[in-house]
Design a binder for this molecule. Sequence first.
Ligand code: C6P
Length: 416
Amino acid sequence: MKSTAAPAGTALDVAAVRRDFPLLARTAHGHPLVYLDSANTTQKPEAVIRASDRFYREQNANIHRSTYRLSEEATAAYEGARETVRRFVNARSTREIVFTRGTTESINLLATSFGQAFVKAGDEILITGMEHHSNIVPWQLLCERTGAKLRVIPLDDRGDLILDDLGRLLTERTKLVGVVHVSNALGTINPVKALIGYAHGKGVPVLLDGAQSIPHLGVDVAALDCDFLAFSGHKVYGPTGIGVLYGKESWLSKMPPYQGGGDMIASVSFEKTTYAELPAKFEAGTGNLAGAVALGTALDYVTGLGLPRIAAHEKDLLSYATARLSEIPGLRIIGTAREKASVVSFVLGDIHPHDVGTILDQEGICIRTGHHCAQPVMTRYDLPATARASFGLYNTREEVDALAAGLRKVLEVFGA
Ligand code: C6P
């Protein structure tokens, strides 16, 4: 079901968009809900809720395994969703689209399987100083297993990558570069096209963590020429427990399976097992079938509204929020990179971010506080935590005003 909220050539009709999201109509602590935590997880449009409901009511059967009509329909719905993902990221083939549980599992799959095929003692994996833990820890685990080394591209005070030393960091020992496209903790949009070009010049493949870029900018894997892309359904208005690993077929075909089990084999005997073709080789066991189908619906929903229109709306919210929050005495924005997506991390004087979040909650305002699963970023700025407002396609300038008013209340409570 396409939203009627945005006829072509016009700005996003946010009032109409909001009617697509039933949860946004609820209250919290007696106030209208102001949901400013979409980088954590997004709310779901009616179309996505219905797609999941419909799968269980009308299509539910296991896939790929049975000859009866119902199973064929479930298989068609699941494989149809894979084709929707392929179109959304502009991959060459559905063989390059692996369904996973989310960004975290996608990167663990890659670190394990790519690592087994290509990484040995003395090799290096290069990441950046603004990665989410899910693009750090799987590589550390690989390094522990193999004796490889993790190297890190540093950040400057604004939250931009310092690329001057890239020639020293990316060497003939580098086996893979893993980079977050949009930082969840700082909002920085990284210059990934240039990075990929540079890495490819040295023959090194690149993984993009697209968890935060897919919902706001989209990712065209052909235009960027990335080798791998990981993202989560729940951050792009789809369900939890479903995500994607895109990989170029030339890489995936050389990588061993991540897990063994049903659906990933061609033949099994006690002497020798052979594996299924891509992408089934990487999808052992019964996956989140309804989740995949509803993810396809979510991507259709976003496509229906138009990513450029969504990006323009969120850019307006970001600059409005940056201006309004900068007026608040003692508020310091953490992350002022040249290119940013709709994330504003901040600290308010010496008030602990958890206190900020708790007081805002009493006003019905949901923000995230903490280290945002990016502890090295907090260490870089010598902070234990920040408060973070993040915007999605359904947020409004009025909600930014509510946040600013809530923050002034926090200052009053603390007598600041
Ligand atoms: N960031 C946030 O509030 P999962 O949990 O697998 O869906 O996504 C992990 C992940 C990976 N990379 C980036 C850049 C992310 O932002 C996230 C999730 C949430 O910022 C929860 S920590």
